[in-house]
Ligand binder design. Structure first.
Ligand SMILES: *Cc1c(COP(=O)(O)O)cnc(C)c1O
Length: 355
């Protein structure tokens, strides 16, 4: 720390992204990336001209992409906000919509408390039930911004649309942010509720189900007034925060919807076969609706499984948080990658005399 840093950041603990080690080739099942390339429409979207046009600023309104997203999600373009990844939108939301604080589950995306601390937002965490599910009743009349990842991370469990509706109904005076980073892998989206609730903000990303984590593109859907608030903060921060190439790729991805639907379905299939095989190996596996599994094996702590798999070239994610320290989170990769993961896991369990 330099002597120049503002004292209010002295104790800020930043988010820890999943590791990207370079010491050898790993099978990367640790950051929930899409295992297949983006749609063919995306691969062919950039031309020499689009690169020459990099000399020009990007469209700060992102008009073309907003219109296409609006069409796709049946909202108006004024209800669409674009940003540099959905983390960027979460940042703005904590900056803007939590004057009285925020609430979110005790086990969820670990970036939420970081944004809260960054913006001096007080927050309360609400314990998950013992089966790791969220009870919507725990979010009745909170009087604060509510942030729920649906499906939740790292559990993979999802609320139904009816459950999200009850949270919205019980909190008409608070903004309810539903982070749908993983929704395309099988959960019910809250988007249809936008027609009825002006306190709903749905945050989505191209990073997971559209295979574009490296492009940094997120979007949010909400009431025109809430979106205008987000635009205000974006124009006060960095109006050109989505670059020209990414805007073009974002549109091209919407031309490849069939490809994405098919590949998300394929991932959901690999998820269920992997879950079954893990259960056969004695794992307890939560019923995930995301592109990852959250699992534990009695007698084999999560940290040890993570370490031993890493030594064998397979990266998964382990969280130090006491409540979930027994668990590991495994991203669903291609079928071959899951075969290799299961083979190594089985070999480890045999070596430890656990099978
Ligand atoms: C990955 C993830 C994000 C962030 O996505 P970006 O768009 O890449 O910033 C947001 N929320 C959750 C729950 C995620 O898992």
């Amino acid at each position: 720390m330099s002597r120049f840093l503002h004292a209010r950041f002295d104790h800020l603990r930043p988010y820890t992204p999943g590791e990207q080690p370079r010491d050898r080739v790993y099978s990367k099942l640790n950051t929930n990336e899409f295992p297949y390339p983006p749609a063919p429409t995306v691969l062919d979207a950039l031309t020499r001209q689009s690169l020459e046009d990099l000399r020009l600023y990007s469209d700060p309104e992102g008009k073309d992409l907003k219109e296409r997203l609006a069409e796709s999600y049946r909202v108006t373009p004024e209800q669409v906000f674009l940003s540099n990844g959905s983390d960027d939108i979460l940042n703005f939301a904590f900056m803007a919509f939590a004057p009285d604080g925020a609430v979110f589950p005790n086990i969820t995306y670990s970036f939420y408390p970081v944004f809260a601390d960054l913006h001096g937002v007080s927050y309360e965490t609400i314990p998950l039930k013992t089966d790791f599910s969220i009870d919507p009743q725990d979010y009745a009349h909170t009087g604060r911004m509510i942030v729920i990842a649906n499906p939740n991370a790292p559990t993979g469990l999802a609320l139904t649309r009816l459950q999200v509706r009850s949270v919205l109904e019980q909190n008409p005076k608070s903004l309810v942010l539903i982070d749908e980073a993983y929704v395309d892998f099988g959960a019910e989206s809250a988007v249809p509720l936008l027609a009825e609730f002006d306190n709903l903000l749905v945050v989505m990303t191209y990073s997971k189900s559209r295979a574009m984590a490296g492009a940094r593109l997120g979007f949010a859907l909400g009431s025109a007034a809430v979106i205008a608030d987000l635009e205000k903060l974006k124009y006060a921060t960095n109006p050109y925060n989505v670059n020209r190439l990414t805007l073009a790729l974002g549109v091209a991805a919407l031309d490849g919807e069939d490809y994405y639907r098919q590949h998300c379905a394929r991932i959901a299939q690999t998820r269920s076969s992997t879950a079954q095989r893990l259960q056969d190996l004695g794992f307890c596996v939560l019923p995930s609706q995301a592109n990852f599994l959250f699992a534990k094996r009695d007698g084999f702590p999560g940290a040890r499984l993570y370490e031993t798999l890493k030594a064998r070239g397979v990266l998964i994610r382990h969280f130090d948080t006491p409540l979930i320290a027994d668990y590991v989170r495994i991203t669903i990769g291609k079928e071959e990658a899951m075969e290799a993961f299961l083979r190594e896991t089985e070999a480890i369990l045999r070596e430890e005399c656990l099978l």
